[in-house]
Design a protein around this ligand. Structure first.
Ligand code: FE2
Length: 573
């Protein structure tokens, strides 16, 4: 059974699921180079089919995560009247009305002939937005036991929060709430008030929060957030008119309340407001989890939806919710809805009785050494070929150089996990500022994350299991605070990727080679991009980032490119 999964809203994406195996998964932003791209994922669909060696006529199902289907979808796929009727039934009235208004507008798919023709028996399956988040969360981990599933985001198909009881192939809805319950919008409004974009800068708010004191804000933020009590929305919040503007294909939400929250920021201080917003979200979600775990008699929790990109929230749930197991789908935002829709369709249609066990997110494009060599030669670039790229990269890292690391398949999801990374030694505290000044251009208070050998995790993390996805935070050990200060945040936590030899042999070899040279089985690892751009996808993207920033070295496939390094740069240790 060949299922194409599509996420059609913002952060559009596509995936290919064949007999329950995830073959390919990528967000459109990686191909279009527009961060959070909201266009229909034409490039991602083309990539998924190519990665699977399939034509569109091989597909059995098109699973779409959400009801906001764009104008022209029928022509894009080239479908029969029966298939068109299925699509029409999936669109709610307001989407039909909006599409009618946009018929002559800029959001038409620019196609009069089908780009991807389908077989007449290929079926469209609509998966409601939060059911897609829930399916991604539950069906991507191995256990078929009963779990509580919680989804939280800004809004999707008019729902902001939903609760499910999941078992085997089934998701049983327990309850859900609409926009008046949106914790995602609350956090987004605070983010906008702090000066960053709603739907993009929430991680910056989270990074600022540990520098503040929530008590200095008192209750002044409370009136901007919904309140849950004992599993009930006791104080729904009226958010007013939601507007958004199209910034080069990236939709930014905007709410008038951001201006009012700005007044609280002016009075109480930005860091204190960030701290209080973080505290409100953590406490509301903790309350929901505790209530529904108790009501349903469940101790395992799976989470999906963009709010769970918040690693501090996830840490709090892990430490304080009394759970036996916590699984946060590692691509919990809307780009992960392609996988969610495909998994929902797979379990509904095939009843396979077994789950996908997601162990990595390396589902994007890869490029052969010959392709990369040709690209370098065509540009007349000087490079050498390393006998062992992991050793070569480790040597440069030990010399305290900033290394671009481009290997294998691009990662799905918001974080670089060993394939499209910028790496640096974490052994010197000033490396964080150096990296910001030369390459990443981020706010100085934001933390960088580490990648570390799984077998050495106890050297750095308190009470940590495997965490291959950088989706939760852990307390740093006292030794880690001393030894790898560039990745320890102000609150004494690390947001790590633990790297296993079996699943990522080359990245594991790199960190091992660095450990042989410096004693530290940990490197600073951040996404291979500059601020405001998506993670690099192709070798060409990597070259542009390399030459447009202060990266010292690029290790791309087996090839090593170097820039002159200032002679004054100190060694890693
Ligand atoms: Fe969502």
């Amino acid at each position: 059974m060949k299922i194409l999964g599509i996420s059609p809203g913002h952060d559009t994406a596509a995936c290919l699921l064949v007999d329950g195996r995830l073959i390919a998964d990528a967000a459109e932003e990686r191909f279009s180079r527009v961060k959070h791209d909201s266009h229909f994922p034409v490039g991602a669909i083309a990539y998924c089919l190519q990665a699977g060696g399939l034509a569109s006529t091989d597909l059995d199902f098109i699973a779409i995560g959400g009801r906001f289907l764009p104008v022209g979808l029928e022509r894009f796929f080239g479908i029969t009247p029966e298939q068109a009727a299925t699509l029409a039934a999936m669109r709610p009235l307001e989407v039909k009305a909006r599409n009618l208004l946009m018929k002559a507008g800029p959001n038409l798919l620019p196609l009069d002939t089908p780009r991807f023709p389908l077989r007449p028996d290929c079926r469209f399956v609509g998966v409601d937005h939060h059911r897609g988040h829930a399916a991604a969360a539950y069906f991507s981990q191995a256990s078929r036991d009963p779990w509580l599933v919680l989804t939280l985001d800004g809004i999707g198909d008019d729902v902001a929060a939903s609760v499910w009881r999941a078992i085997d192939d089934d998701l049983e809805p327990i309850t859900q709430w609409g926009r008046e319950a949106s914790l995602g919008w609350f956090y987004g409004n605070v983010t906008e008030a702090l000066g960053w974009q709603h739907g993009d800068g929430e991680g910056t708010t989270m990074g600022l929060a540990p520098y503040g004191d929530a008590t200095l804000v008192g209750d002044r933020l409370d009136r901007f957030a919904p309140v849950f009590s004992a599993g009930t929305l006791t104080q729904p919040h009226e958010y007013g008119h939601a507007s958004f503007f199209n910034d080069h294909g990236n939709y930014h939400w905007h709410f008038p309340e951001a201006a009012a929250i700005r007044g609280v920021v002016n009075d109480c201080g930005a860091a204190n407001v960030a701290a209080r917003a973080q505290q409100i979200v953590e406490e509301q979600v903790l309350g929901l989890v505790r209530h529904f775990c108790q009501q349903l008699g469940l101790q395992r929790l799976a989470c999906g939806g963009g709010l769970f990109l918040n690693v501090k929230l996830n840490q709090r749930l892990r430490e304080e919710a009394g759970l036996d197991q916590l699984w946060v789908f590692p691509n919990p935002g809307d780009a992960g809805l392609a996988v969610g829709a495909a998994l929902a369709a797979w379990h509904d249609q095939a009843r396979p009785g077994g789950h996908l066990q997601l162990e990595h997110l390396s589902f994007g494009p890869a490029f052969s050494a010959e392709t990369i060599r040709q690209l370098l030669d065509e540009r007349g670039l000087a490079y050498c070929e390393a006998a062992d790229p992991a050793e070569a990269a480790a040597e440069h890292l030990a010399a305290n150089r900033i290394v671009g690391w481009f290997q294998g398949r691009m990662e799905a999801g918001p974080r670089a996990l060993g394939n499209r990374c910028i790496l640096m030694s974490a052994n010197r505290a000033e490396n964080k500022d150096l990296l910001n000044a030369r390459v990443k251009f981020r706010q100085p208070f934001r933390p960088f994350c580490p990648a570390l050998l799984a077998e050495r995790k106890d050297d750095y993390l308190v009470d940590a299991g495997d965490e291959p996805f950088m989706i939760t935070a852990f307390a740093a050990t006292p030794e880690a605070r001393q030894r790898v200060p560039a990745v320890v945040h102000a609150d004494g936590t690390l947001r790590p990727q633990t790297v296993r030899q079996e699943s990522q042999p080359l990245f594991h070899a790199l960190i091992s080679a660095f450990a042989e040279r410096t004693g530290e089985a940990l490197v600073l690892s951040t996404s291979f991009n500059v601020r405001g751009e998506p993670i690099v996808c192709t070798p060409r993207d990597a070259l542009r980032c390399f030459f447009d920033t202060g990266l010292d070295v690029l290790v791309i496939g087996p090839f090593v490119l170097k820039k002159p390094v200032p002679p004054s740069r100190p060694k890693a240790d």
